[in-house]
Design a protein around this ligand. Structure first.
Ligand code: NAD
Length: 252
């Protein structure tokens, strides 16, 4: 088969959490352009609906589902909705996340728990929900959003809960890949560096650019190639991997 054909996702059913905006929305666009039907999952329903309508222009089916990924009952209802509309799930991009930039002395226990609940437990819940469908049919690709903060400690802003949650995502990914490889379910993560989205608006960025070898902040589009690669047969022997998309930040 032609290598470019192996990147195609025609007829595949995908969901993207945190798909209303930022990295998730651009990933959903790329998956739709490759041919997949897309369910946009987000706790903000209005922008999720708008994203789904925009992505429908690429000619595949779309669906918007409101869910908080840290709530077990929401994840269950989300899967019921996806399965009733699409019949199955082939690709899960577990991407929803938040960041609280605070020094450890200033971070409350509630803030710590909120970050861990959404960034780590949320990925566990949505990966497990998708994985159970995929294990049963012995096919599927799960992609989790980690961060370069799961590898190194970025500065000047500090966010111990965020860094710990993302290191957890990268190791959870490897753990699921080891468990589910025998069922032909691949599980990988993508670790973005600094990307221009709502998540990074509140932080001063000049010092970041100086430290990025490519001398710029990333755009959500910079993640699209890695997402389609990991979702598709082009990555058929790749599981348990983490792809850093950070402009080289972690080289230092
Ligand atoms: P963003 O804020 O632009 O988008 C995040 C989306 O997730 C939003 O639409 C939000 O409503 C949704 N969301 C948040 N909590 C949710 C929940 N509990 N349930 C359902 N949806 C929820 O941020 P982004 O930059 O696109 O971030 C996407 C992912 O990329 C996150 O996991 C983030 O940690 C990771 N990341 C981002 C950067 C960056 O520089 N932007 C760097 C590394 C990793």
């Amino acid at each position: 088969m032609n290598i470019f054909d192996r990147f195609r996702l025609d007829g595949k059913k995908a969901f993207v959490t945190g798909g209303a905006r930022g990295i998730g929305k651009y990933a959903a666009i790329a998956l739709a352009q490759a041919g997949a039907d897309i369910a946009i999952i987000d706790r903000d329903m209005e922008p999720a609906q708008a994203a789904a309508e925009e992505i429908a222009a690429f000619g595949t089916r779309t669906l918007a589902v409101g869910a908080d990924v840290s709530e077990y009952s929401d994840v269950q209802s989300m899967m019921v909705k996806i399965l009733s509309e699409f019949g199955t799930v082939d690709i899960a991009f577990n991407n929803a996340g938040i960041c609280i930039n605070k020094n450890t002395q200033e971070m409350s226990l509630e803030e710590w728990k909120k970050v861990i609940d959404i960034n780590l437990t949320g990925i566990y819940l949505t990966a497990k929900a998708a994985g159970m469908v995929m294990v049963a049919k012995k096919a599927g690709s799960i992609i989790n959003t980690g961060s370069m903060a799961g590898h190194i400690i970025p500065e000047p802003q500090y966010h111990c809960a965020y860094s710990a949650s993302k290191a957890g995502v990268i190791h959870l990914t490897k753990s699921l890949a080891a468990e589910w490889g025998i069922h032909n379910v691949r599980v990988n993560s993508i670790s973005p560096g600094y990307i221009d989205t709502g998540l990074t608006q509140a932080v001063q960025r000049r010092s970041w650019i100086e430290r990025v070898p490519l001398k710029r902040i990333g755009k959500p589009e910079d993640l699209q190639g890695a997402v389609v690669y990991l979702a598709s047969d082009a990555s058929s022997f790749t599981t348990g991997s983490d792809i850093l998309v950070d402009g080289g930040f972690c080289c230092w």
